[in-house]
Design a protein around this ligand. Structure first.
Ligand code: 8BR
Length: 491
């Protein structure tokens, strides 16, 4: 299909999914949200910043490649590494000292909702789902302000031993501190001189210092767990934030406690509605023990759908014992897309999933189990709908309602994405996964799975890049569920 046809399919899919969304009763979204403090770094900021340190000490710290920010010098070192390579990075900090220091020495340009569950809740609310139930175990008063103020967004609150659903601004826990992440964005071509070294930033990217206060637990309040039925009716759950689980806590609990609580919550949700679909949104998880536990104990067998990007596919394959495939996904050579597809199929099988949605710049791959209830055309519509949402987000920085998304429809489909997919055609036809005609439609039929491949809309000069992955996964998952509900009702 040529680019014009893909444009038309995007438009048709958008209006089709828009008609299906009202069939959804509700979506549960947990666990993580935070406040993102954003600073776009200028040349002046950087030289002022480097000036706070001894340049030889910065270089020495760069050599040690700190994996955690314990003091400001660790941050400085990782910022330089990220900028030198133009590579996004996310590093944890467990103390609030870093936050205080950054606020005093650098400050931020603006703040916004951060964290996958926070972003997804707001998005689903704004695209008009009937009911979104967000659950953030550490909802502070300040954090609650970053949730959209709208009747269709609710949060459980324990009142007189009962669980009631209230707008987040009436459901926060008084006295809690807020979790504030810092996002340092930098632009291509920025010149850096430090400790006698000089380099130019190769591409726009970002470094995130993610705050992990010691008291935070990825868990569900007992009363809410006991009364999960109060959240219903819901058709789906989008769960994320598991990367925040630590191996050990000072109070003697370990990751095993939180993994098993999470599984219990999933089991209970499914028991309350056996038709309910559960999606887990992955992000980079540095700790391999945690990464493996999340995949093999929470995701495998308990969950239906997984959303992730290329790097996360490689990371997941790596801990599941597929090192070679993992390296060929990450190397991104010409055969990169073939490895990515094989990797997604491997994840579908290893984790007994119904759906694996991989988003890349310019195309998405969605691998499906054979028994999935929708047609490949309906899955394709769900992906195209999310591509339009993503382009709106990249273009405008936000999506306030479905009318805003008209702007996204004007964004052109990526010709590079079409070209990347075209390079994959020979493999697919050769392996008898499809006929050349099926491939044109984006449909593959494997021996034990199906798949949909679509080129997507890409904004040339995006306003933001943070949160687009979550927007893609949430948009596609909600669209898919809506189509499932619509089909059930109309049958
Ligand atoms: P992660 O943050 O999870 O990596 O997801 C980012 C996703 O955003 C990419 O996979 C890509 O699909 C999408 N994206 C990016 Br990055 N820049 C974009 C742009 N300019 N236009 C549309 N989508 C974009």
């Amino acid at each position: 299909m040529d680019i014009q046809e893909w444009e038309q399919l995007h438009t048709d899919a958008f209006y089709d999914v828009k008609r299906a969304l009202p069939y959804l009763e509700g979506m549960f979204v947990a666990y993580n949200s935070n406040i993102d403090a954003i600073k776009h770094l200028t040349k002046e900021d950087l030289s002022r910043f480097i000036g706070f340190f001894n340049e030889a000490e910065i270089q020495a710290r760069v050599e040690t490649y700190p994996r955690e920010v314990k003091e400001p010098l660790d941050f400085m070192a990782r910022l330089l590494i990220s900028m030198r390579e133009g590579k996004a990075a996310e590093i944890p900090t467990y103390t609030s000292d870093t936050h205080v220091w950054l606020k005093e020495h650098l400050g931020f340009d603006y703040a916004r909702m951060g964290g996958q569950a926070g972003i997804i809740s707001n998005l689903l609310t704004q695209i008009g789902l009937k009911k979104v139930v967000a659950y953030i175990p550490w909802l502070s008063e300040e954090q609650a302000d970053y949730f959209v103020d709208s009747d269709n967004l609710l949060h459980p609150k324990v009142e007189d031993g009962k669980v009631v659903l209230k707008p987040p601004r009436q459901a926060f826990k008084p006295g809690l501190e807020s979790k504030v992440n810092w996002i340092f964005e930098y632009s291509k071509e920025l010149e850096i001189t430090c400790g006698g070294n000089k380099f130019k930033v190769p591409r726009d990217n970002r470094l995130i210092i993610s705050s992990r206060p010691k008291w935070i637990r990825l868990d569900m309040d007992r009363e809410i767990y006991e009364h999960l039925d109060s959240l219903f009716p819901i058709d789906g759950a989008m769960l994320s934030g598991y990367q925040m689980i630590k191996e050990r806590y000072e109070d003697g609990t370990t990751y095993k406690d939180y993994v098993s609580h999470s599984v219990n919550a999933i089991e209970k949700l499914k028991a309350l509605n056996p038709e309910l679909r559960i999606h887990v949104e992955l992000t980079s998880i540095q700790n391999r023990v945690i990464r493996k536990a999340i995949l093999t104990e929470i995701v495998a067998k308990n969950v239906h759908s997984l959303g992730l990007d290329t790097v996360e596919v490689a990371n997941a394959l790596n801990v599941l014992g597929h090192e070679e495939l993992s390296y060929s996904v990450i190397r991104k050579e010409e055969t990169g897309i073939t490895s990515l597809y094989q990797g997604a199929v491997q994840l579908l099988k290893d984790l007994s999933l119904e759906r694996v949605h991989v988003h890349c710049l310019g195309f998405y791959i969605c691998v499906l189990s054979k028994d999935h209830p929708l047609t490949l055309k309906e899955h394709r519509d769900a992906l195209l709908f999310s591509s339009t949402l993503a382009s709106t987000k990249a273009l405008k920085g936000k999506i306030e309602n479905l009318e805003d998304v008209a702007a996204g429809l004007e964004v052109p489909v990526s010709s590079k994405g079409i070209e990347d997919l075209e390079n994959f055609k020979v493999y697919c036809v050769g392996k008898k996964l499809c006929t050349p005609e099926d491939f044109e439609h984006g449909y593959l039929y494997g021996p034990d799975h199906d798949a949909v491949l679509v080129p997507t809309k890409v904004v040339d000069k995006p306003t933001v890049t943070v949160g687009i992955g979550d927007t893609i996964s949430a948009g596609a998952f909600a669209a898919m569920l809506a189509k499932m509900k619509q089909t059930q009702v109309e049958e």
